[in-house]
Design a protein around this ligand. Structure first.
Ligand SMILES: [Zn+2]
Length: 303
């Protein structure tokens, strides 16, 4: 996004900046730049902030320090936001058909030896990507309006229902705790690392939450892989059944295998393949012994 636009410093800006300084800073003491934190368009997780959420975040982000790569160690806190606002673009529409708005912040860095490298990078436009970390209390389903993390919504984000893509609508921010220069932003236009740990349980620390989130994501990924393998296997079983000429039409077979687990599907496929071996007489040499043994042991096999 069009981040890190260096700007001329007015007295108003200096006044705001000096709220955070221990000694009075002059225009020569600070380097300032604009940064787009996030917008209200749908991101790659099929979620979006409402404009109202952006407005609330704009108040929360004032005074928050920026860090490198979401590492909250003090030495990495390099820039501080001293002003933040929602910019509207009436001529531009979001993917879900509303006016495009974005959250833009003004930030400053004290000019010193330690910050020289970052300032050079910002000047040259290298450090362009920014992501934000905030807590959002509610993720509402765009189809049924249920809170997707608490309610009984059965819709899947990214799936289409009656011509409408299901999106998670992010509402009620409770904390804006960081923004950082990072290489891989989550939001398409700016990058949002969304964090929901407060929504679940206040007794869970941020570290524990991050760990749990990572673990859950890994499990979800594995479950997803398993589901995809099962779909593939079902298709293979149906194909095997047809090739084995078991006399059941594909549609019926498809619904018959729907409820089977991976083990059952594998067993069934093995049965069908054996039957196919019996049917097909032309086979390479190595198959012959196997086929004859199947004939002996598997006489009368039927489904
Ligand atoms: Zn729903």
């Amino acid at each position: 996004m069009n981040n890190n636009v260096s700007q001329t410093l007015g007295s108003e800006d200096l006044e705001l900046i000096n709220k955070y300084a221990r000694k009075t800073l002059t225009a020569d003491d600070v380097y300032t730049f604009s940064v787009v934190l996030c917008d209200n368009d749908a991101d790659r997780d099929f979620e979006y902030f409402t404009r109202d959420t952006l407005v609330k975040l704009s108040q929360m982000y004032v005074g928050v320090t920026g860090i490198y790569d979401h590492d909250a160690k003090t030495e990495n806190q390099v820039a501080r936001i001293y002003a933040c606002k929602v910019e509207d673009f009436p001529e531009k529409t979001t993917k879900y058909g509303e006016m495009y708005s974005r959250l833009t912040a003004k930030a400053y860095i004290p000019v010193c030896e330690a910050s020289k490298e970052l300032i050079d990078m910002l000047d040259s436009g290298i450090k362009k990507e920014v992501s934000v970390g905030c807590c959002i209390d509610k993720c509402e389903c765009s189809i049924c309006g249920t809170d997707m993390r608490r309610g009984n919504c059965t819709h899947q984000k990214g799936s289409v229902y009656g011509g409408e893509v299901c999106l998670g609508v992010l509402k009620d921010p409770t904390d804006a705790y960081e923004w950082s220069f990072t290489a891989v932003p989550a939001q398409k236009n700016a990058g949002v690392i969304k964090s929901f740990y407060q929504a679940y349980d206040d007794s869970v620390s941020r570290e524990e939450y991050t760990k749990l989130k990572k673990y859950t994501e890994e499990l979800e990924k594995r479950a997803d892989e398993g589901e995809r393998y099962k779909s593939y296997l079902r298709l293979e079983v149906v194909k095997s059944g047809i090739t084995a000429q078991i006399g059941i039409e594909a549609k019926l077979l498809e619904s018959m295998v729907k409820g089977l687990n991976i083990d059952e599907l594998l067993k069934l496929k093995k049965c069908f393949d054996k039957k196919t071996c019996e049917l097909l007489p032309v086979r390479p040499q190595t198959y012959k012994a196997e086929i004859s043994s199947i004939r002996q042991t598997n006489e009368g096999f039927s489904i």
